[in-house]
Design a protein around this ligand. Structure first.
Ligand code: SF4
Length: 364
């Protein structure tokens, strides 16, 4: 996609392969999420994975809490092609079992996976399965010595923790690494990734953790991830929201779209309404948004309230409507298609035109 004004150049990184997709290097910034089903419930987990991938999720992480969850991974692996990442804490045997079940990568915090010998076992298994390891440092799990040294989970403490873990894997000849440094503080997250990005060339998985409920979480993620992406940092991302993870995917793509890095699905431009609005603009915008949910084709729809900015925006869009006094003008790629009279006719008329446009788009 076109980039105006230019963002900082993407930070050069090594490339890591996760199942069928590449991460880092020239690959697009990948969108990932995490299931919140019980991993032992194969049907529920596969259903959620299907919903996530339908929405555009490219990497799915699953929590593996116990042996039953690790065992369930084989059936989950058989039921989906999307790259799977097993999220493991405390028990290195679960990491090995997850790899044997066919997951594509591990997310571990080497500091809590056990003794050095236990980490060695995990590294050997990851090498044997050609599976990358994501080192996940979370501000809430930085070890006590670093907290004391830095006076808290500062960006410097998080980065030193990550560098220690990276060195540990590198000393074992393992370089298939991706790193995340997550904090619920946007500023701390940004500072930590800036420091780490300058220190290593491994791909970075970026996210603001425990960001919150959908509205707050989306804003925090958009600010934090948006700044990092604009500086060229970030090779995969997760928008972490409290609730249905499918919501995260739409927000992730909107962040990427707003920076013209990636797009999936239509862009809807709608005006905020004001005293000049004389049509049911809110109802029309909601109907359009509902109809376009899950549509993967990329195009622009403008839904504008009046003749001040409406015709200009609507003309720029692939399809648009600009309201007037008890009427609306429908545009397609800058051409006026016609004027619809009567407020009650606007939504049906525009939705009919939208259906025709979508059908033609799919057929083209
Ligand atoms: Fe108001 Fe018209 Fe602008 Fe919408 S497009 S906010 S109705 S001036």
């Amino acid at each position: 996609m076109r980039k105006t004004p230019p963002l900082s150049p993407r930070r050069p990184t090594r490339t890591v392969t996760l199942g069928s997709i590449g991460i880092g290097g020239d690959n697009p910034v990948r969108v990932q999420s995490m299931t919140n089903t019980d991993t032992r419930d194969v049907d529920a987990t596969l259903a959620q994975i299907a919903a996530l991938t339908d929405a555009g999720c490219e990497i799915v992480r699953l929590a593996v809490l116990d042996e039953a969850a690790a065992t369930a991974l084989a059936a989950i692996r058989a039921g989906t092609k999307v790259p799977l990442v097993a999220d493991i804490h405390f028990d290195h045997r679960l990491a090995v079992a997850a790899l044997e079940a066919g997951v594509d990568a591990l997310r571990i915090n080497p500091g809590n996976i056990g003794s050095e010998a236990a980490v060695d076992v995990v590294v050997d298994a990851a090498k044997a399965h050609h599976a990358p390891i994501r080192i996940g440092v979370n501000s809430g799990s930085v070890d006590k010595a670093l907290l004391k040294k830095y006076g808290g989970p500062t960006p410097e403490a998080m980065v030193e923790s990550a560098l220690t873990h990276i060195a540990f894997l590198e000393a074992r000849g393992f370089y298939d690494i991706k790193v995340s440094l997550k904090s619920s503080s946007v500023l701390r997250t940004i500072a930590a990734y800036r420091l780490l990005g300058a220190a290593v060339d491994y791909p970075l998985h970026i996210g603001v953790t425990e960001a919150g409920t959908p509205m707050r979480g989306a804003v925090k993620s958009a600010v934090g991830l948006g700044i990092l992406l604009a500086e060229g940092l970030g090779d995969t991302l997760r928008v972490s929201l409290t609730g249905d993870p499918v919501t995260e995917i739409g927000v992730a793509y909107e962040i990427l779209r707003s920076l013209e890095l990636r797009a999936r699905g239509p862009e809807i431009i709608s005006c905020p309404t004001c005293g000049r609005t004389e049509i049911d603009l809110v109802g029309l915008a909601e109907a359009v948004e509902e109809r376009l949910r899950g549509v993967p084709e990329i195009f622009t729809v403008a839904v504008m309230g009046c003749v001040v900015n409406g015709p200009g925006e609507a003309r720029e869009a692939d399809i648009g409507i600009a309201g007037g006094r008890d009427c609306g003008i429908i545009f397609r790629k800058g051409e006026v298609l016609g004027k619809v009279r009567g407020s009650a006719n606007l939504i049906p008329a525009f939705m009919d035109e939208l259906e025709r446009f979508i059908t033609e788009k799919k057929e083209s």
